[in-house]
Design a protein around this ligand. Structure first.
Ligand code: ZN
Length: 292
């Protein structure tokens, strides 16, 4: 939609009519508007979502309905080759599986320009958060800049989810305005799963979990390359009995070997604490080992 908006402005400046067609590929026979008919209405822009559903490399062994898929792919290729210079037709497509695309699609004259969209970095996250909070009433304690800094690794969808969850938390407390603590609660829910206050833990389990999580936290504090601890809890969340939530301080483009070694140390910290205090290890450590 961002591209469509941008293209729309561009075409409007040029004074031409805009035909934005968002179509779901359902096979050539059922394609709602064939390419040549629309070409007369140029300039226009066609956007194909999830191009890998139709444009998979032959023999990649994924997906079903081969005949219809290949038919659609061939039709797209034939029609893209058919566009003459100056027809003002732009075809855009999106995929998150560029590795399985048929090379025929990527030849010059077809989808020959590629724009990689990575996870948003801090300024991008702030811009995305501003969009999602724009129509939601929030008081001055909501600090979107701080949230953008903390939400390293979040996708655009995650950030939208945080904004919606924050509104739900505020509504649950019968408030018409979102506060900073609602945003924090929403971020925790999206990042580490909802709290399960109804899950009953015995006192023994609580004690074991407390030592286990403290083990993670202590090792994290001692490790130079570990991300700082944001929160330690033994309120069950998702499938976890407790959680040590560490948040990266800044976007990481490259990770070092020592960063990974420290992460392994922190992951084993819970198990070692159990061993030191109780002399045996519980299944609580299994998830940590799985994550390694
Ligand atoms: Zn653990």
């Amino acid at each position: 939609l961002g591209v469509a908006g941008w293209a729309c402005v561009c075409f409007c400046v040029m004074g031409g009519p805009v035909f934005l067609e968002v179509f779901c590929v359902v096979g050539a026979s059922r394609c709602p508007v064939p390419f040549p008919k629309s070409a007369k209405m140029a300039p226009w822009l066609r956007f194909i979502e999830e191009i890998d559903a139709v444009g998979r490399r032959c023999g990649s062994g994924m997906g079903v309905g081969h005949d219809e898929r290949e038919q659609t792919l061939n039709q797209i290729l034939v029609e893209m080759d058919g566009f003459q210079q100056g027809t003002n037709v732009i075809v855009l497509a999106a995929t998150n599986r560029v590795d399985v695309l048929d090379p025929a699609l990527l030849r010059p004259g077809r989808f020959d320009r590629r724009v990689n969209i990575d996870l948003p970095d801090r300024p991008d996250r702030l811009a995305i958060l501003k969009v999602h909070f724009a129509k939601k009433p929030a008081d001055s304690s909501v600090d979107l800049d701080a949230l953008a800094a903390k939400s390293v690794g979040s996708s655009g969808a995650d950030l939208a989810n945080i904004a919606n969850e924050a509104a739900i938390v505020a509504a649950r407390h019968d408030r018409k305005v979102i506060t900073g603590s609602d945003v924090t609660a929403a971020f925790e829910k999206v990042a580490i799963g909802p709290e399960r206050k109804t899950k009953i833990m015995s006192d023994n389990e609580k004690e074991l979990t407390a030592y286990h999580e403290a083990g993670h936290a202590v090792v994290s504090r001692l490790c130079e390359h570990s991300d700082p601890v944001q929160k330690i809890t033994i309120v069950p969340r998702g499938s976890a009995g407790g959680y040590v939530w560490r948040v990266a301080e800044h976007d990481r483009v490259l990770a070092s070997r020592s960063y990974y070694l420290d992460n392994i140390a922190v992951a084993l910290g819970g198990r070692i604490a159990e061993e030191l205090i109780f002399g045996h290890v519980s299944t609580g450590a299994s998830m940590d080992i799985q994550q390694l």
